[in-house]
Ligand binder design. Sequence first.
Ligand code: NIG
Ligand code: FE
Length: 425
Amino acid sequence: MTVLIKNANEVITLKNNVRGPRTKEQMQEIAIVENGSVLIEEDRIVAVGALEQLEVDFPELVKKATTIDASGKVVMPGLVDCHTHLVHGGTREEEFNMRLNGSTYMEIMNTGGGIHATTKRTRETSFDELYEKTRKHLDIFLKHGVTTVEAKSGYGLDWETEKKQLEVAKKLQATHDMDVISTFMGAHAVPRDYKGREDEFVDVLIHEMLPKVAELELAEFNDVFCEKGVFTPEQSERILEAGKALGLTPKIHADEIEPYKGAELAAEVGAISAEHLLVASDEGIQKMAEAGTIAVLLPGTAFFLRAPFARGRLMIDEGVPVAISTDFNPGSSPTMSLPFIMNLACMHMGMTLEEVLTATTINAAYAVNRGEQIGSLEVDKKADVIILDVANYKQLQYFYGMNHTNTVIKNGQVVVQNGILLKEQ
Ligand code: NIG
Ligand code: FE
């Protein structure tokens, strides 16, 4: 199929000669083509620019293309949600209510709720139910302009259930239009029956689960919740090094609730990203900048837990490449709206309109090792393109708390039109 998007008020290309995640003022450069067009052939971008030029360069393709008129609208790369706990059983609105009445997140978790409650539900939920629930979630993400999602396991904490979560993600990668990228996060919590024997569980992760994840090719990344009362920096390092030896790239849930030198550890083990970082230290931020570790910031979690926001402004100024994501999960961030999270990043982390666009496209793509394939509208990149019903990119955050996604083109196919999903996935 050949598609021509034309007459867009603005095409935000994010084109840049920089290879790798963007830092500092590069995050500001979103490369806008006014009154622009995008030409797509099969699943690739063929050209981006003025229609007159495209007609000269590709007369045959332009003639045969299905045309989409984007007059009055903004065109940009599909959003990349690079940190979610996508596959899980159940919901936790009762805990939300408890928190509104004064309980804390860690109190709830330490008395068997939180991650433990979702682990119980996920163990009890069949593969087919889990698949169906997750499929519906992916439809909602797609309608919000997200075309790639990272999905972490970590609500099994036993091999059978971790495998079930990863296999649900793998099947959805095959059947759903969304691209789903898997992360093993068996180190999300210590199961309750291992209380007092935490190192034994670390051994199970290292000697039993991780080798099977690698052998069955169920994940690309290996993540750990490095947090006081969960996994220590030493345990986290062992788990991440073991994954590395098996070809799994490290990621870390770092410095989310209490400062714990998680950012420092991410830089030391060569993690592709450190995530959360609500209370990351100055030194940790410095080390991440030096190592080029991507900060995946999740302002929805700070919002929903009423915790301090990560210091996004400082991180960018210090040279850390920043990405933004929902952290979609049933406890600390039950939202599938990346556009809303973008609003929060502007309002509460001191990020500019342009930085937030960079953080949810090209930098997020690099955080899942896809920066060369997606995240910008450049020739030969995958044709993941969205059309937004706003007159210019500044209105995306100005009209806040709304979903402006009008059209989603995924792998060169129109999958959402006028905000409506075209086919049952
Ligand atoms: O990213 N920090 C740990 N994990 C999730 C929350 C998981 C849950 O509450 O179910 C997070 O915030
Ligand atoms: Fe998370």
